[in-house]
Design a protein around this ligand. Structure first.
Ligand code: GLP
Length: 261
């Protein structure tokens, strides 16, 4: 795991967007894993800018989203499909047939989860997986106690996650109780993972995920097992990390990061 600390949330998101841009230019057929949430909005804004100003080309890129709520129509403003259309898909030249999200309306949800896993395999696996982190330390919707080898499946959302999302749905009662999510095992098979966290509300979970033990109570901690995982944080989200100076030293001296400094 590598940790990159940036001065602001904007700078942290910009760095993540530059990683995506770099990998997409190197491999136009990139299989890109996508995440949702407030934190990611800045990354997508930057990618849209790269597309418009620097001709970043998404025409051959294939995408797989981490998760989707069960029971929401794609047109529902709270569905992750809608989020992605709004923040990225409609604003870049991505081909609709190259976009993949779990179908939370499938009549057989278990079959849908198997189909999604098989599709990821058929595309040769995910090259670059973007991740946010929930306040419970979860990646995707892999809530506490999710098996570290879990695959795409239906998960019940915890009360914390439901509370966290209540304002978007106009009250806790309206938040879906379940979602389809890639499993922790699915996520850590991606060839590269980049997790972005900003703001002091993420400082505790970032410290646990990066410097704490690997535990299914904080599913982001499973990323410690990943051979190529980068955690990008702003100063606020880095606030509870003990080894900040060490992470800064690595970022300043590692040749791979020269173009990002
Ligand atoms: C939800 C999503 C996660 C995301 C998290 C954080 O739980 N399923 O993928 O990482 O929210 O969202 P935010 O960036 O809004 O804090």
């Amino acid at each position: 795991m590598e940790v990159i600390i940036q001065p602001t949330d904007e700078a942290a998101a910009a760095l993540v967007a530059r990683v995506v841009s770099h990998d997409l230019r190197a491999n136009p057929h990139l299989v890109l894993g996508l995440a949702t949430g407030k934190t990611m909005e800045r990354v997508y804004r930057q990618l849209v800018r790269f597309h418009k100003d620097r001709k970043l080309d998404f025409s051959l890129c294939r995408t797989f989203n981490l998760d989707e709520y069960v029971g929401l129509f794609p047109s529902d403003p709270n569905s992750y499909r809608h989020y992605m259309e709004q923040h990225l898909f409609r604003q870049v030249n991505i081909e609709p047939r190259n976009i993949h999200l779990p179908n939370g309306l499938a009549t057989d949800l278990d079959e849908e989860c198997r189909r999604y896993e098989a599709l990821i395999q058929r595309f040769g696996g995910i090259d670059l997986q973007l991740l946010g982190i929930g306040r419970a330390g979860h990646i995707g919707f892999n809530e506490p106690l999710s098996a570290l080898r879990s695959r795409t499946r239906v998960k019940a959302l915890t009360p914390t996650t439901i509370q966290q999302n209540a304002s978007f749905f106009g009250g806790e009662g309206n938040v879906p109780r379940r979602a389809i999510t890639m499993g922790v095992g699915t996520i850590i098979e991606a060839r590269r993972c980049v997790l972005l966290a900003t703001g002091d509300s993420k400082a505790d979970v970032i410290a646990q995920a990066v410097e704490g033990p690997i535990t299914s109570m904080v599913t982001a901690s499973a990323l410690q097992l990943h051979p190529r995982c980068t955690v990008v944080v702003d100063e606020a989200a880095a606030g509870k990390l003990k080894e900040r100076d060490y992470y800064r030293w690595i970022f300043d001296n590692e040749p791979e990061w020269e173009e990002y400094r």
